[in-house]
Design a protein around this ligand. Structure first.
Ligand SMILES: NC(=O)C1=CN([C@@H]2O[C@H](COP(=O)(O)OP(=O)(O)OC[C@H]3O[C@@H](n4cnc5c(N)ncnc54)[C@H](O)[C@@H]3O)[C@@H](O)[C@H]2O)[C@H](O)CC1
Ligand SMILES: [K+]
Length: 225
């Protein structure tokens, strides 16, 4: 998937921000179909967090957003995730910086929600979750409300499916563009979102690909028997 992203951006000129917007908007559609109206988005600093922040903007516009929890200071965001964050700030959305709140307001923002979106870490996970991200994964895992994970449950290796430390167990995972091999052993439902990546990108990346979405922009997947 990382190679597909590279080819899409470097050889086809697709923007990261374009794909991230598809991810966030489709994620918001999936959770808006449920009845939760106090949805907390927990967002990391990379591409996964950026998709979560785009989702938060669409939820806020529909009055379904409870809180946005970050694992680092807003000043530390760069690139497309920073763009998503600035848009949210421009809407007046309050951000909970879990790294700067010694009290339990980040945990409360997660436990008070009636659904939590786990957009902390995606396929960019390296090793077991550390620091504030690990604490937030533990808080998500113990939250009373259901969890929707973006791309892969944070803490799960997208390729091997192994979890070397904390992991949040989702009710639903919305994976992006292609199902990752590490999702095969996953409990819960799996939905794949179309990011609008042209078929030629997959060909250039050496992947045999048939557009799986038909007329839709997301499809539910199940494991072959
Ligand atoms: N075509 C696609 O599928 C697209 C996917 N997108 C999304 O982007 C992520 C991958 O983005 P990337 O920036 O490469 O990495 P992540 O956001 O997954 O992770 C980096 C983030 O996580 C922190 N981190 C990594 N390991 C640890 C650890 N052990 N403990 C604590 N923190 C950790 C790191 O510091 C970074 O902040 C993909 O999954 C999709 O969600 C794109 O939006 C575009 C297309
Ligand atoms: K995630």
């Amino acid at each position: 998937m990382a190679e597909v992203d590279r080819v899409a951006v470097e050889e086809f000129g697709l923007g990261i921000i374009q794909m991230m917007e598809h991810a966030g908007r489709t994620l918001s559609r999936v959770v808006i179909e449920g009845d939760a109206d106090r949805i907390t988005v927990v967002a990391g600093g990379g591409g996964n967090g950026g998709g979560g922040l785009a989702c938060a903007r669409h939820l806020a516009a529909r009055d379904r957003l409870h809180r946005v929890v970050l694992d680092r200071s807003p000043d530390e965001y760069e690139g497309a995730p920073a763009t998503q964050l600035r848009l949210l700030e421009g809407m007046g959305v309050e951000l909970v910086d879990a790294a700067a709140t010694p009290d339990d307001s980040a945990t409360a923002a997660i436990t008070d929600a009636d659904r939590v979106i786990d957009a902390l870490i995606g396929y960019g996970l390296t090793g077991a979750p550390r620091g504030v991200a690990a604490e937030l994964i533990t808080a998500i895992e113990s939250a009373p409300g259901p969890v929707t994970a973006l791309d892969v449950p944070s803490g799960v290796d997208a390729t091997t499916g192994e979890a070397a430390g904390a992991v949040a167990t989702p009710e639903t995972t919305l994976t992006l563009a292609l199902p990752k091999t590490g999702l095969a052993p996953l409990d819960g439902s799996l939905v794949c979102a179309d990011l609008g990546i042209p078929a030629g990108v997959y060909a250039a990346a050496g992947i045999e690909y048939e557009h799986p979405f038909g007329d839709r922009f997301s499809v539910e997947l199940s494991l072959a028997e």
